[in-house]
Design a protein around this ligand. Structure first.
Ligand code: ADP
Ligand code: MG
Length: 323
């Protein structure tokens, strides 16, 4: 606990900024305030658990907006739950602060609960500690009907490959933020700062998708995980890729067609499914309201390929690597 917050008392701080502001979820029987939280898992459900850490200097720059940071820390976790077809229930927050001021905490919790409130996810516990750099760790929990979780394994030759939303806008937003690209039809920076986790879409994919992943490290890298898990390959069709007007403008001006395939942070769902593509797209769109596009098909031959201007190119793993 940073000393400047001691005047408030640790318990008052947690109560004021976190306990009193969180939305509630019926699965949480005991939330913030005790040694642990208690969650109920109905006998016909499985508990789905994930965690993600954002470290200052690695995942974000020191001057980042506190609200955006909190929103994104929760969004990336909820996106993992979405990719498994889970309903999000609750999360814990471990906060390491070099120092803390009430204005920063105010902005942080505003961003955090803007998203938590949208999906009714309860902050049920956590830890607050002082440390050399700002670190935000969120662990999120969801529920899925027994045996219905979507996983990366299961894509079969002949399955369609689909993506929710548009491809690469978050990466384009980052280019704008870094001053490397200026012109853009629509501002794509919010797509980078505040990605929308595709939770209703993931739920709509139960019983429909043969495999699913959320696009955090770029489509080429993340789809490659699905291909490897299934022991299959794929060819994407360039003409089918769903680009926003801003992305089309960028590609036309720079010729950089790799960006949308390699940049991360979109947090769209990429899934494979057997059956009629028009019917698959219809079911997802009807259930979630989100546009969904066929990108190509799963093939028996391993590897990821792109059909572009009449030629097939092999796409390497183009994504971001931490190590
Ligand atoms: P303990 O000493 O048992 O770990 P703490 O004093 O760390 O308890 O926390 C008191 C209560 O506040 C616990 O219920 C804990 O889960 C909760 N808590 C602490 N920090 C946070 C936080 N950043 N967000 C949400 N809950 C928190
Ligand atoms: Mg503690």
């Amino acid at each position: 606990m940073p000393t400047d917050l001691k005047s408030l008392s640790e318990f008052d701080l947690i109560r004021r900024y976190f306990a009193e502001r969180t939305p509630r979820h019926a699965a949480v029987h005991l939330g913030i305030g005790d040694d642990c939280a208690l969650l109920a898992v109905p006998s016909d459900r499985q508990l789905v658990v994930t965690a993600d850490t954002l470290v200052q200097g690695v995942h974000f720059l020191p001057g980042v907006d506190a609200g955006d940071l909190a929103y994104k820390a929760l969004a990336v976790n909820l996106s993992d739950l979405a990719a498994m077809g889970a309903e999000a229930c609750a999360f814990t927050l471990a906060l390491t602060l070099p120092s803390a001021d009430p204005a920063w905490l105010e902005a942080f919790t505003a961003g955090l609960f803007a998203l938590a409130g949208q999906f009714g996810v309860e902050l049920c516990g956590g830890d607050t500690t002082r440390g050399p750099v700002l670190v935000v760790t969120i662990q999120a929990m969801g529920l899925v009907p027994q045996g219905q979780a979507l996983t990366r394994t299961g894509a079969k030759a002949g399955d369609g490959i689909y993506l929710t939303g548009c491809l690469g806008d978050a990466g384009l937003g980052l280019q704008v933020a870094k001053g490397e690209w200026r012109r853009t039809a629509v501002d794509t920076l919010p797509r980078f700062n505040r990605p929308l986790p595709r939770l209703p879409e993931g739920i709509a994919l139960r019983g429909l998708a043969s495999a699913c992943i959320d696009v955090s490290d770029g489509l080429a890298a993340d789809l490659s995980h699905v291909l490897q898990a299934g022991g299959v390959g794929a060819t994407l069709d360039w003409l089918r890729l769903p680009f926003s007007t801003s992305m089309r403008e960028y590609i036309a001006a720079t010729g950089d067609w790799r960006l949308p395939l390699s940049c991360g942070d979109d947090y769209e769902l990429c899934f494979t499914a057997p059956g009629n593509p028009a019917s698959i797209i219809d079911q997802v769109t009807q259930a979630s309201g989100c546009p969904c596009t066929l990108l190509g098909f799963i093939e028996a031959e391993p590897g990821l390929r792109l059909l572009r201007h009449g030629t097939v190119e092999v796409l390497g793993a183009l994504g971001y690597r931490h190590f």
